[in-house]
Design a protein around this ligand. Structure first.
Ligand code: DQA
Length: 158
């Protein structure tokens, strides 16, 4: 287990600020503030310190990922539509190397074929999709487990 506080950055991309009224049949009725509060609370239960960030702008997301280097232990990223288009966000994740989980509220594989391709999965430990806001909770739990496994392996190596 990593010594000290384990810090996770939750990033939400474009249009996720409209949660609550955006296509509720797909994305549910919770607002972004509800989802972020859930991440902080569930994170606390898991012993994680969670910080949240949202932007509609690709460059701002790239900047936030870059500034997470050496500060956060893991990233849970719902890049929204940029998932399916952004080589810049992929490159930022590859550059910082911080363990990241790709998150989606909806089951993107049940939807239009353009949502089946992710540019970001290449840089992610794994992908969690289709569980609504619980997808974020699953991502936090997966990150905790991965970080513990990685640091146990470090300890064994000595
Ligand atoms: C989404 C799925 C994307 O295809 C879409 O563009 C979003 C939200 C999801 O959480 O299900 O904005 O990432």
């Amino acid at each position: 287990m990593t010594f000290g506080v384990v810090r996770i950055l939750v990033i939400n991309g474009p249009n996720l600020n409209t949660l609550g009224w955006r296509q509720p049949e797909l994305y549910g009725h919770e607002t972004l503030a509800d989802v972020e509060a859930k991440c902080v609370a569930e994170g606390k239960q898991l012993g994680l310190e969670v910080e949240c960030f949202q932007s509609n702008s690709e460059g701002a997301i790239v900047d936030r990922i870059q500034s997470a280097r050496g500060v956060f232990d893991g990233i849970a990223l719902n890049a929204g539509a940029y998932t399916h288009t952004s080589i810049a966000i992929l490159d930022a994740l590859l550059a910082v190397g911080t363990p990241a989980v790709e998150v989606h509220l909806s089951n993107v594989y049940q939807r239009e074929s353009f949502r089946h391709r992710s540019y970001l999965s290449k840089a992610a430990i794994g992908v969690i999709a289709g569980f609504g806001s619980h997808s974020y909770v699953l991502a936090l739990s997966a990150l905790k487990q991965q970080l513990e496994t990685a640091s146990d392996a470090e300890v064994k190596k000595g």
